[in-house]
Design a protein around this ligand. Structure first.
Ligand code: GTP
Ligand code: SPV
Ligand code: MN
Length: 590
């Protein structure tokens, strides 16, 4: 049998024969290689040098103004059997998709360099990690992948040893939205992306591999690939609980992962440890608990709103050696976005700043930075075995109804809470912003197979011997009549996490309601926070009529995944609806 290296070389040769690049470069991930690439990008304008006194090693990239976010309508999951993709995905027949992509890739790298990027998702020596190779004609992608993954020689050595890897082929093409597709072939463990240079469309290790392909692989192999941050909360006694939380794009994962404790908590000795800010791979360990790794090595974080007040850890992380994409710049050439002090002179498109043109920084402008630069980066993030998860949290942008926090009565109820998740859309994907949509487990754009099968896979973790995490649902985004957030959020969210940990440790009794367990009076510690008791009551109220409607909507949503919707989840929806006193629907469908 041919070695893996030979198979890899043969694939690179095949791709080169199709795309016809002028040069082929195998990336080793070294500093020298990175330096040379940056010099080349500065020379051709792909990167713009920022103020090297205030921001050493920082550069700005302006993407094409029509290529600033993930494109869900152009993203396909190409299973052989259409049913396997589910109504949650766009599907194309694999043969048709391959023909379409082959035509686009034909000769597309003429005059350009083809880069071969071997990468490892997760710590190089972890059994939970998985490898891939991305071929791209974008040096910007190479520089970002070097920060976001363990890229280069060590990854290639693991690939040669292991014998398998995910194949990703990417070309920026003409950046024409009419000639743009992000194709996934889960059964072939392959990704093909054409016509975009942006984030999740182009850095194939991230959403394409670590979520769409990995979620499918995880189902086959008995683990979970999730759109979750991982954070460690250390109490004053020195005990650390790890929490994994799924929020949709631009709904607060990076912020919660790097949370700054409120002053009183800090003084009392609470500490926060960042393990991951976007993706979490988990599997049951020998003791029955779920163990998680962060497959990424860096942060591709939302810039706007990042400030000393909201996330000083992120701000400290990005003070050097950071690539900024689509931010504005100040008169002295520092990166700038809405939420920072100072004034921009040049907007994200390079125009003189004019408020009539909208925000100075694009709402989905981002920073790419090595996780090692984060002041709260957890030493456990490199642990090959991962960290044990005490609690799983779901949440989204819900301006009304959903309380600040509630706990599921058991795993099945928790899976229902995750499946029922809804959120207002954000600038992280092209399309309308602020529209409420269901986004089960924050995986709507990322689950590589049928949601019904995915829910079943989640339910299957509840088996004899399992010591599963508690499941919670949070909502930092409740608004009052004037459209103002009711909850201060950010660092103050630690108060909610403290209650969760008290629940995990059996130290908070809570109040049982039909929708879940909520904090009992006095259990949420609000000292030092100027907070009105009426606001708290509003944040923790259960609006029975509103919830009856919500359960009916959840029921309809779940029905859209029939016939693959697990009966147990349907029954759980019925149970909660009944507890809320809605016998009509129960009678109608029983
Ligand atoms: P992706 O990288 O797209 O997956 O996003 P994310 O989930 O990591 O979101 P992020 O933490 O970058 O936050 C997105 C936006 O939400 C930023 O503008 C934040 O300022 C804002 N945000 C985060 N946490 C809170 C919070 O607790 N309350 C409020 N009101 N806003 C928040
Ligand atoms: C998201 O949209 O959830 C992101 C950014 O984290 S991207 O890499 O574009 O997917
Ligand atoms: Mn994300």
């Amino acid at each position: 049998m041919a070695s893996t290296l030979e198979a890899l070389k043969r694939w690179v040769d095949d791709v080169a024969a199709m795309t016809r690049p002028a040069n082929i470069h195998w990336c080793d991930g070294s500093d020298a290689e990175n330096h040379a690439l940056i010099q080349q990008m500065l020379a051709d304008g792909t990167l713009i040098e920022l103020n090297q006194q205030t921001h050493p090693g920082c550069y700005l990239h302006r993407s094409h103004p029509g290529d600033v976010a993930r494109v869900e309508h152009l993203t396909f999951v190409c299973h052989r059997n259409r049913e396997d993709a589910g109504p949650n995905n766009h599907w194309m027949d694999p043969a048709e998709a391959h023909a379409k992509m082959d035509a686009l890739f034909n000769g597309c790298m003429e005059g350009r360099t083809l880069y071969v990027i071997p990468y490892c998702m997760g710590p190089i020596d972890s059994p939970l990690s998985r490898c891939g190779v991305e071929i791209t004609d974008s040096p910007y992608v190479v520089a970002n992948m070097r920060i976001m993954t363990r890229m280069g020689a060590a990854a290639q050595a693991r690939i040669e040893r292991e014998g398998s890897f995910v194949k990703g082929l990417h070309s920026t093409g003409e950046l024409d939205p009419e000639r743009r597709f992000i194709m996934h072939f889960p059964e072939e463990r392959m990704i093909q992306s054409y016509g975009s240079g942006y984030g999740g469309n182009a850095l194939l290790g991230k959403k394409c591999h670590a979520l769409r392909i990995a979620s499918h692989q995880a189902r086959d192999e008995g683990w979970l690939a999730e759109h979750m941050l991982i954070v460690g909360i250390e109490n004053p006694q020195g005990d650390t609980h790890y929490i994994a939380a799924a929020f949709p794009s631009a709904c607060g994962k990076t912020n919660l992962a790097m949370l700054i404790p409120p002053e009183a908590y800090h003084k009392a000795g609470w500490k926060v440890w960042t393990v991951g800010d976007d993706i979490c791979w988990m599997r049951p360990g020998p003791d029955g608990r779920l163990y998680a790794i962060n497959p990424e090595a860096g942060f591709f974080g939302v810039a706007p709103g990042t400030s000393t007040a909201t996330n000083s850890n992120a701000l400290k992380s990005i003070a050097r050696d950071t690539i900024f994409t689509n931010v504005a710049v100040t008169a002295d050439n520092q990166p700038w976005w809405e939420g920072l002090p100072g004034t921009p002179v040049t907007d994200w498109q390079g125009r003189p700043y004019d408020p009539a043109n909208g925000p100075a920084a694009h709402p989905n402008s981002r920073f790419t930075v090595s996780a090692k630069q984060c002041p709260t980066w957890s030493p456990k993030a490199e642990d090959a075995q991962g960290v044990p998860i005490s609690a799983i949290v779901f949440g989204g942008r819900r301006p009304s109804l959903l309380p600040l926090v509630m706990e599921a009565s058991d795993w099945t109820h928790g899976v229902l809470m995750g499946a029922a998740m809804g959120s207002e859309t954000t600038a992280a994907a092209t399309g309308a912003v602020g529209v409420l949509r269901r986004d089960s487990m924050a995986m709507k754009p990322f689950c590589g197979y049928h949601y019904g099968d995915y829910f079943q896979h989640w339910l299957s973790f509840d088996r004899p011997g399992a010591k599963l995490p508690r499941i919670f649902h949070v909502n930092w985004f409740r608004k009052n009549k004037d459209g103002k957030f009711l909850w201060p959020g950010f660092g103050e969210n630690l108060r909610v996490l403290e209650w969760m940990i008290a629940r995990v440790e059996g130290k908070a009794r809570g109040v049982e309601t039909p929708i879940g367990t909520l904090p009992a009076s006095g259990e949420l510690k609000l000292d030092g926070l100027h907070f009105n008791q009426l606001t708290l009551a509003e944040l923790l109220a259960v609006d029975q009529a509103g919830w009856q409607d919500e359960l009916a909507a959840i029921g309809e949503y779940l029905d859209s995944f029939a016939p693959r919707m697990p009966a147990a989840l349907h029954a759980e929806q019925q149970r909660v609806a009944l507890a809320l006193g809605t016998p009509e629907r129960e009678a109608a469908t029983a």
